[in-house]
Structures are given as structure tokens and as C-alpha cells.
Design a protein around this ligand. Structure first.
Ligand code: ASP
Ligand code: MG
Length: 406
């Protein structure tokens, strides 16, 4: 008998009617003779509401209590799905994170799964029972409830699939797969049948919101076959798989954009050993993560400008840290710009093909889009451009790399 893990996102469990619909999918999987564990999200909108409550209760809230509050949505859906399954004659029970337990770090609000105890679930599989598991939550070594960061029920599902050695992890959402680009911006975007773990990891971390980044890391590490598909359609989705499984690998598989970027430029930074360390060290201490960085050689041999990006939410904090250190860092001016977008081109084919960056730069140049910062890895090229060019940049790149639907 195969073990299958199925995850349902918030829109798939938006109300009891929807829960009944997806329960039929679970039932069908059971009738195919599979052992099934289901990970559920909170009903659409619920987690946002719970976050708002926590913020309203106190601006500087205790993160341990925040986790108690925001994890509550998944408890409701897990119980409801178990009730509906039982009503359909499918033996099922709900599990909260701490009951399994799903052991996590104590980084409240963004905890990492460390271990999942599977003995009880496996024993109940043998009795024919479906395990309905509250996603997004776990328990730390102190016995306190933790959550895995927004979108974390993807990670619950993939980690469960790894722990249970599942044949497949089906992630049901409201889109029918992974697209070459966000279809809301590029109507010509195509659904991919398959995508490699590495590309999916880049896409998730560069702005595609279909899977939580951490879930892809776990899938890649444990070689979990993940399928992203829609609970509102009966078509196969996109499989996230090993590179060897993809016969005809495109050079570029997808284009992403992220508006969650802000640019900081420090002018006339002394060009001397230790300058970068004394800027980025304090930022790291303030939990500001820095993404793209450019620094030029000093034309006068003494000072140079330094530009880098941070998350939009961290811009004010980063600015404060740098202002406070202005005297010791010795820069002339701090310029902040939140009006930027990071556009990225992703594909494992870049490893073996030259010229991918050049076509990106040419395409943007032809549209008169100025590139402010560039960063690359083996399989991606990212550029920072003014936010107003988001659509134009993304659409023209999509066409230039031959990704448009024909
Ligand atoms: N309900 C949580 C959230 O909205 C977890 C998830 O849906 O994946 O972030
Ligand atoms: Mg999600």
C-alpha cells in the first residue's frame, strides 16, 4: 500500500461546503487503496484575521502567545475535515501538531521542523484510518505551540511526506500548477508539467508564492515527489522532481518578480578593509537580511558608493541602524528607495548555455528599462528595476525567452 500526503490550502477549505468537496478527493485516494495523511490550512482569510487580533491586542506582542492565537485556524479545519470524512464513512481523526508530535525549534513565528514522530499515525494507517493533521503548527522542546511562518502548511505537508516516506505529496491550491510566470501579470504564461527542485526553490524564494520556500528545501533534501494542483479542477498539476526526470530541459523555465524589495545607497563610503563588515554586521545583528549588493571601485582611491537591497518591511529598521552609525561608518549620504522590483529569470539550462544574461539585458534595454542592481547564481539572474516597469519587464522577458503560449 502506498502512502500519500495531501495538503489543502485555505481556499480549498474556505467553508464546510468546500471541505465536503475535498473530502471526496481524500475518499477517492483511500478507495484506491492508499494510506492517506492530510495536512490542512486554516479557512481562507482566517489566519490574517487571527494575526490582526494579535496585533490589535498589543503592538509588541509575545511571540509565544502569537503562535497560540494564529495556529488556531488549522485546528478548526482539521476537526471539520475529520467530521466530514467520518460522515462519508471514511475512518479519520484529527491531529494537532503537539499531539503527533511535530517537534520544532523555538523560533516562534517561523519555527523549523526538527522531527516528526510517525509511530501512532502508521499504526492507525494499518487500521484504515486517515490522519487529518493541522498544518502550520508544531511544538518546541518547552512544550509550547509554534508556527512555521506564513504559508507554512506546505512545509508541514512535505515534512510529513518525508517522515512517512510517502510516494507523493499532493499540494492542492487554487491554481492548477506552477506557471512560467504569474498569470495575473502575464496572460500568456504556461503551466509547467514538471519543474526541478532547484528551479522551484529559486522561484519560491524569488517571489513565486505557490509554495513556501522551506517546503521546497525539504522536498529537495528528501527527494519528495511534490505535485501542485488545483482542488477546483480535475487536471494533473505540476510535478516538482529531480533534474534527471526532465528530458527536454528549457534553458529558462520561469520568470518571477518580487515587490518586497527596497534599495539603500550609501554614498562616499571609505574604501578600506573592514568597511563592508562594519556596515553589514550591525544590519545582521538587527535581523535585517541583505539580498543584492553592488559596490564599485573607488575612482579617487578613497571612497565609493555602496548599494544593497533589504526587504521592504526592514527598510525603516535598516535605515535607523545605519543612521545611528553614520559617524563611525563615515559615509556621506543615505538614500532609500522602496519603489523598486526584483525581476528574475530562472532555469537550470543556464549552467550549460551562454548568453542568457545578455538577452535579459538587451530585452530590458530595448524597452528603455534601466537596471539598477544585478545579481546572479548558477541558475538565475536577478535585476532590480523601478517598480513601475514590473509588467513591462516581466512580459517582455517572458516573450524574449520563448515562454509565451502559442
Ligand atoms: N494558515 C497559514 C497561513 O495563512 C498557513 C498556510 O496556509 O499555509 O499562512
Ligand atoms: Mg500557501
Amino acid at each position: 500500500m502506498a502512502r500519500i500526503v495531501i495538503k489543502f490550502g485555505g481556499t480549498s477549505v474556505a467553508d464546510v461546503e468546500h471541505i465536503r468537496m475535498i473530502a471526496h478527493r481524500v475518499k477517492a485516494e483511500v478507495e484506491r487503496g492508499n494510506h492517506v495523511a492530510v495536512a490542512v490550512s486554516a479557512m481562507a482569510g482566517t489566519t490574517n484575521q487571527l494575526v490582526d487580533y494579535a496585533v490589535e491586542a498589543a503592538t509588541l506582542y509575545d511571540l509565544r502567545e502569537y503562535d497560540v492565537v494564529v495556529s488556531a485556524g488549522e485546528q478548526v479545519t482539521a476537526g471539520l475535515l475529520a467530521i466530514v470524512l467520518q460522515d462519508l464513512g471514511v475512518p479519520a481523526r484529527s491531529w494537532l501538531g503537539w499531539q503527533i508530535p511535530i517537534e520544532t525549534s523555538d523560533a516562534h513565528g517561523s519555527a523549523r521542523i526538527e522531527r516528526i514522530e510517525t509511530a501512532d499515525i502508521l499504526r492507525r494507517f494499518e487500521e484504515g484510518q486517515v490522519a487529518v493533521i493541522a498544518g502550520f503548527q508544531g511544538v518546541d522542546t518547552q512544550g509550547r505551540i509554534t508556527t512555521l511562518g506564513r504559508g507554512g502548511s506546505d512545509t508541514s505537508a512535505v515534512a510529513l511526506a518525508a517522515a512517512l516516506n510517502a510516494e507523493r505529496c499532493d499540494i492542492y491550491t487554487d491554481v492548477d500548477g506552477v506557471y512560467t510566470c504569474d498569470p495575473r501579470i502575464v496572460p500568456q504564461a504556461r503551466k509547467l508539467d514538471k519543474i526541478t527542485y532547484e528551479e522551484m526553490l529559486e522561484m519560491a524564494s524569488l517571489g513565486a508564492k505557490v509554495l513556501q520556500t522551506r517546503s521546497v528545501e525539504i522536498a529537495m533534501k528528501h527527494r519528495v515527489r511534490v505535485q501542485v494542483l488545483s482542488s477546483f479542477a480535475d487536471t494533473p498539476g505540476t510535478f516538482v522532481v529531480d533534474e534527471e526526470e526532465i528530458v527536454e530541459q528549457a534553458i529558462v523555465s520561469g520568470i518571477t518578480y518580487s515587490r518586497d524589495e527596497a534599495k539603500i545607497t550609501l554614498t562616499s563610503v571609505p574604501d578600506e578593509p573592514g568597511a563592508a563588515a562594519s556596515i553589514f554586521g550591525p544590519l545582521a545583528d538587527a535581523a535585517v537580511s541583505v539580498d543584492m549588493i553592488v559596490q564599485n571601485v573607488a575612482a579617487d582611491g578613497k571612497t565609493t558608493d555602496l548599494t544593497f537591497t533589504v526587504r521592504k518591511a526592514d527598510l525603516a529598521r535598516a535605515g535607523k541602524v545605519l543612521e545611528d552609525l553614520r559617524a563611525s561608518l563615515g559615509y556621506a549620504d543615505l538614500r532609500a528607495d522602496a519603489n523598486v522590483v526584483k525581476v528574475s529569470v530562472i532555469g537550470v539550462g543556464m549552467r550549460s548555455h551562454a548568453g542568457v544574461a545578455q538577452s535579459m539585458f538587451m530585452t530590458l534595454a530595448e524597452k528603455g528599462i534601466n537596471i539598477q542592481v544585478i545579481s546572479t547564481s548558477e541558475i538565475k539572474i536577478s535585476v532590480l528595476v523601478a517598480e513601475e516597469y514590473t509588467e513591462l519587464a516581466v512580459r517582455s522577458l517572458h516573450a524574449a525567452y520563448g515562454l509565451d503560449q502559442v
